[in-house]
Design a protein around this ligand. Sequence first.
Ligand code: TYD
Length: 210
Amino acid sequence: MSAQLPGLFLTFEGGDGSGKSTQAALLEEWLLSQGRTVVRTREPGGTDVGNEIREIVLHRRGHIAPRAEALLYAADRAQHVSHVVRPALERGEIVLQDRYLDSSVAYQGVGRELEADEIRRLSLWAAEGLLPDVTVLLDLDVSIGRSRLDDARTRYDRLESEAAEFHSRVRDAYLALAAAEPARFLVLDAALPVEELAALVRARVSAALA
Ligand code: TYD
């Protein structure tokens, strides 16, 4: 199980429209069928304070300075780790989470050009140093992600509204993060069929649980 705590900490990362929530839902279903206790959660959000921060950071009108944005995500993460994630891992449960600190490194560090290393340090401080045991990166061509979103959304949030060039930087940043930590990351081609992806995710998680 976890290198740091009794539970297992699994995160899903990837661009907008890469299918993270679909895969997280399928994995949750499977883990429950195996009799596991699962806490399914997400960032931003996942706590009451986090949901208020989510409203600001995703939907507030007007410009938010990049550093303020990075600190809002970090504040959300600090509250979430302290109130939800760490307690569940201490109880020996499986935390299944949409987005975590790799999102901050990719979107704020590289997308907003705030320096990946500084954002990683800020995020680790906020998260009390807690890293996931397994991170599934759903890698997808930016234009495919965008067209999936176009089908699903009536309005875009602040980050989704960024230009294609921003999202390409985010994608490259994720791939670089995965290359730097191959033991933690499972990189999957998000254009594969949903069931095929789910089977690959299950195989990786089974190995982590063994
Ligand atoms: P959300 O709707 O939760 O995610 P998704 O688009 O994956 O369904 O939106 C969260 C947005 O916030 C998403 O565009 C990525 C962005 N984000 C950051 O920029 N930094 C972060 O640290 C996190 C957690 C998310």
